[in-house]
Design a protein around this ligand. Structure first.
Ligand code: SF4
Length: 248
């Protein structure tokens, strides 16, 4: 790697050398620091403030990846967060270096980012893992502190270029009504390269950390509940009946 490129630094929250939840096969997962959203159900709240984490050069990170290449050939690498597009220059170089080694690359992102940034990243990404927090703009704002218009536009664009796995968190009474699911279905049906929808149940893990965040319009973290198993299976069936491959 040329020396200037290798010295570029990323602010990294943590590394996971043997992940199985973020993309196909065994993944090396890089959790970037910083996120523009403040989701009430965030499991990685410590990654939200861009000032946290620690600086790592691309060279150092690639040294770690290179040691794992034999088993990563069956899976790949995933850049997660936080929100990786906040540090897109570093992420682009990292994804590119991994791609040059023949590794599959996934980007786990909320896609709250400028279209230009997305356009820059797309050539280096083999798979997008994108979560839709809510289809309703006001409820989305309440759950995340941000509007969903830009996010939905970016998902449409990303899915016109690269495979996408859509993630959706079911929260009792907040995201799991028939209307919510039908809105999601209507949106997802128009995504060109959508491969599957992953349904996640809200978990109260991380709730304590979340209490320090302010500004939610519709709810407090302590009021959120996981849906019943019956509800999860109902949602799965509804999505499957509409032709989607669903993972729970
Ligand atoms: S997008 Fe939401 S869930 Fe993901 S890191 Fe940011 S605040 Fe947490």
């Amino acid at each position: 790697m040329d020396s200037a490129r290798g010295k570029i630094e990323g602010q990294i929250n943590s590394l996971q050398s043997f992940g199985t939840l973020d993309g196909p096969g065994i993944r090396y997962v890089v959790f970037m620091q910083g996120c523009p959203l403040k989701c009430v159900f965030c499991h990685n709240a410590g990654a939200i403030d861009l000032k946290g984490g620690k600086k790592v050069t691309l060279d150092k990170l690639m040294e770690k990846i290179d040691k794992c290449i034999p088993y990563l050939k069956q899976g790949g690498i995933t850049v997660s967060g936080g929100e990786p597009t906040l540090q897109w220059r570093f992420v682009k170089e990292f994804l590119s270096a991994c791609g040059q080694r023949g590794l599959h690359t996934a980007l786990d992102t909320c896609l709250f980012t400028k279209k230009d940034v997305l356009v820059n990243l797309i050539p280096e990404v083999d798979l997008f893992l994108v979560s839709v927090k809510h289809m309703d703009a006001e409820k989305h704002f309440g759950l995340t502190g941000r509007d969903n218009k830009l996010i939905l536009e970016n998902i449409r664009y990303a899915a016109s270029k690269k495979p996408v796995w859509l993630r959706y968190v079911l929260i009792e009474g907040i995201t799991d009504s028939e209307e919510d699911l039908l809105d999601l279905i209507g949106f997802a049906k128009k995504l060109e390269k959508l491969e599957l929808i992953e349904l996640l149940s809200f978990s109260s893990m991380g709730v304590e950390k979340q209490r320090e965040f302010k500004g939610f319009k519709i709810t407090k973290t302590k009021d959120l509940k996981a849906p019943s198993l019956k509800k999860v299976l109902w949602a799965k069936k509804l999505l499957e009946e509409n032709g989607f491959k669903v993972v729970v």
